[in-house]
Design a protein around this ligand. Structure first.
Ligand SMILES: Cc1ncc(COP(=O)(O)O)c(C=O)c1O
Length: 399
């Protein structure tokens, strides 16, 4: 296993909480000092609004904001910085696309999502289907993969929403197969890259997706900033989702003309400090390399999975060679598992993980979830196993 021995010292959360074992990384990642410093630097040195002033600080802010777009475009291999729209998180991006594409959906059209989706890439499409009396169908997840792709995506399908990586199981669905079928029938594909980007990278050109969205807080950046990638021709042909300041070229009583893409989609004061910190978060990831991050996380997950597989009371979900472990333990609710872990200063997540359709497919209400990141290490696995043993001991006391 590749160890990143000193990496923890880059994350001040751990010096402030020396006993903390943070294994809820699918929920949010911790922030390296350079990202935290960027926010401080922005507000102490450059603070001003975006796209509204001609004075020096405003110019610096505008330049930072634009360089954020360029940095992201290069990181995800987009054709142009104008294909990047800033939003507050991935959820907002999915809603933006679902509202702006409303005019393209008619009654009888079909919208397809997968059973692996987080509610963020499920509900906006379900609501769109309801608004437009369109068909809504879910690609089922069976035997650790999506099935019936060719039957469900058909000539009526206008939109396919799919995740790059499940936030519950870490599984990456068969994107190439979905893309090929969507291309055959002329459907637009929206990729939820929220879990995938920091570990698998995102190459929108190679994947040929039409839209992709990201929450920066899961890639070592701050909360409150995310981005939407959209192919230029699609963004240009979509109406604005929100209206207000910063997105208007002309307003003459009843007549409006929006600014060009991407400003058309960025109504209101944006988050330049978040954008500046995003640049630093990408610098951090690039320094290590997404492939190294993923390799590290998967090797920890595999080592733990192997140990957990030997405990008969544990039901392990998903599969090996992923960076997330979801599991249940006989006779105890996942919330109680998480509480016992919490007593030992280990942060894990329990619940439905905003993925009710997947919980239904797994015939469960909840799982306990351990998700890894670059600052986790083998020593922490021992602590996890001690807590697992404690849970098992508890269950043996139950009548
Ligand atoms: C796969 C996936 N998609 C979307 C989201 C939504 O992210 P946010 O709440 O930052 O909008 C999450 C968050 O857990 C996620 O894991």
């Amino acid at each position: 296993m590749q160890e990143f021995k000193n990496i923890k010292s880059s994350f001040p959360i751990f010096s402030n909480n020396p006993e903390l074992v943070f294994l809820d990384n699918a929920s949010t990642s911790q922030k390296p000092q350079m990202v935290i410093d960027a926010i401080n630097e922005y507000y102490t040195k450059y603070n001003s609004n975006v796209g509204r002033g001609v004075y020096k600080l405003a110019e610096i802010t505008d330049n930072l904001y634009q360089s954020g777009r360029e940095k992201i475009a290069s990181f995800i291999n987009a054709n142009s910085a104008n294909e990047i729209v800033f939003v507050k998180n991935g959820t907002e991006a999915a809603n933006l696309v679902s509202y702006s594409m409303s005019g393209k959906i008619a009654s009888g059209d079909k919208i397809v999502v997968t059973e692996l989706e987080h509610h963020s890439n499920y509900l906006p499409w379900l609501e769109l289907a309801k608004r437009k009396q369109a068909q809504f169908e879910v690609i089922p997840f069976k035997n650790n993969q999506l099935s019936e792709i060719d039957q469900i995506i058909n000539e009526k399908t206008k939109i396919v929403a799919v995740t790059q990586m499940s936030n519950v199981l870490g599984i990456q669905p068969q994107l190439q197969e979905i893309m090929a079928r969507a291309r055959d029938v002329g459907a637009v594909v929206i990729l939820d890259a929220v879990q995938g980007i920091a570990q698998k990278g995102l190459d929108v050109k190679a994947m040929d997706v039409d839209f992709a969205f990201v929450s920066v807080h899961k890639m070592f950046g701050p909360m409150g900033i995310g981005f939407l990638y959209g192919k230029s021709e699609l963004l240009e042909n979509m109406p604005a989702f929100m209206t207000g300041g910063g997105m208007i070229k002309e307003l003459n009583e009843l007549n409006t003309e929006w600014l060009e893409v991407p400003n058309k989609f960025e109504a209101g004061t944006p988050n330049p400090a978040g954008v500046y910190a995003t640049i630093k978060a990408i610098d951090f990831i690039e320094e290590i390399g997404t492939e190294n991050i993923y390799k590290h996380n998967v090797s920890l997950a595999n080592a733990l999975r192997e140990k957990l597989a030997k405990i008969s009371q544990i039901r392990l979900l998903g599969k090996a060679d992923t960076s997330i472990i979801s599991f249940t333990i006989d006779r105890i609710h996942p919330h109680d598992i998480a509480s016992i872990f919490a007593n030992n200063e280990i942060s894990i997540r329990a619940g439905h993980h905003c993925s009710k359709p997947l919980m239904n497919a797994l015939d469960l209400n909840a799982t306990a979830r351990i998700s890894f990141q670059i600052y986790n290490n083998e020593k922490e696995l021992e602590k996890v196993l001690e807590s697992i043993n404690e849970v098992i001991k508890w269950t043996s006391l139950l009548k």
